[in-house]
Design a protein around this ligand. Structure first.
Ligand SMILES: NC(=O)c1ccc[n+]([C@@H]2O[C@H](COP(=O)([O-])OP(=O)(O)OC[C@H]3O[C@@H](n4cnc5c(N)ncnc54)[C@H](OP(=O)(O)O)[C@@H]3O)[C@@H](O)[C@H]2O)c1
Length: 294
């Protein structure tokens, strides 16, 4: 079902994932409504100019959210990374509960690919699996999206690019699976267009898969100068719980499970390769990272 007169309510539309989703939904003919904190802010104005209906509100304003969902066909829910774990869980559950109460047809929740089968006991790692478990228990068609690491994460200043190095989490001969934020919107649009196929499913999504060595080659070619790949030294990983958790997950945990890129391409024929992303939307961030020290 696309081109429904009933909108999709998008959370986080002024941010990365929600912005990508709003754009892809508009491109496939949906009416898009976005809950935004400040309708006068530049990103909100841009959304409105592109045809998105804005509703002013925050995660705390459950009445505003309820009323924004009243005539909606679907919801895309994503929570910002900077929330405390208990707030992430509270808002994630509250948004899903309101969607179930208001009879939303199809609910898409963006979780994370590092979510595994077991809770870790660390609140910030367990927020997404706790929301997932709650959402699965609701009487509503739900698709849980688990994006692999964003390509955008590799071109942040401070990871050595200005010194001709890329420092990241995998061993040089291991694979990392990456998602272009631009692709997330296209995946979510494909999901919301096909409730019979995707309702009730949990989907890991990725755009491409490369080893550290292949990243080195791709970065060097696009930058026009040698960029060498290195893994974070063991002592840095040992001192940083978050990095260590991700590195372990990439080595033999949930982030190491292979996503079938053929299935991804069938869902999203415009799937980006890392090289096409780096030469396109990633180029500006790469140029900035090449210039900027930590
Ligand atoms: N896989 C990966 O590599 C990766 C990387 C980064 C993040 N993530 C995950 O992605 C998620 C974050 O998504 P993102 O990167 O798209 O986020 P983002 O770009 O930071 O955007 C956050 C959005 O939430 C909105 N927002 C913030 N506080 C709000 C509130 N109180 N009420 C309503 N809206 C509010 C923001 O609005 P304003 O623009 O007005 O502030 C913005 O639109 C997190 O779950 C994080 O763990 C994954």
């Amino acid at each position: 079902m696309t081109n429904s007169k009933h909108p999709i309510l998008v959370f986080g539309a002024t941010g990365r994932q929600g912005g990508s989703v709003a754009k892809a939904l508009l491109n496939t003919g949906w009416v898009v409504r976005a809950l935004v904190l400040d309708p006068t802010e530049a990103a909100s104005v841009q959304l409105r100019n592109s045809g998105v209906e804005l509703v002013q509100g925050s995660f705390e304003e459950t009445d505003v959210i309820r009323s924004a969902m009243k005539d909606a066909y679907g919801v895309f829910s994503v929570l910002p990374a900077n929330l405390a774990a208990e707030d992430e869980v509270r808002h994630g559950i509250s948004i899903a509960d309101i969607a179930a109460e208001t009879g939303i047809n199809h609910f898409a929740y963006s979780s994370g690919a590092s979510v595994g089968n077991e809770l870790t006991g660390v609140p910030r790692f367990d927020a997404k699996p706790r929301i997932e478990a709650h959402v699965r228990g609701l009487d509503i068609a739900t698709t849980i999206i688990r994006p692999m690491i964003f390509m955008e994460m590799l071109v942040r200043p401070g990871f050595g690019l200005d010194e001709g190095r890329l420092i990241s989490l995998i061993r040089p001969d291991h694979f990392i699976q990456l998602t272009a934020v631009e692709d997330i919107g296209r995946f979510v649009a494909a999901v919301l267009a096909d409730k019979p196929r995707f309702g009730g499913r949990t989907l890991k999504i990725a755009s491409d898969r490369l080893t550290g060595r292949e990243l080195e080659i791709a970065f060097s070619e696009v930058a026009g100068r040698p960029i060498s790949y290195e893994r974070f030294p063991d002592d840095i990983l040992a001192a940083n719980t978050d990095l260590a958790h991700m590195a372990k997950s990439l080595e033999d945990g949930p982030l190491a499970e292979h996503v079938d890129l053929e299935v991804m391409r069938e869902m999203n024929p415009d799937l980006l390769t890392f090289r096409s992303w780096l030469a396109g939307n990633g180029r500006r961030s790469l140029d900035e990272a090449l210039r900027t020290s930590a």
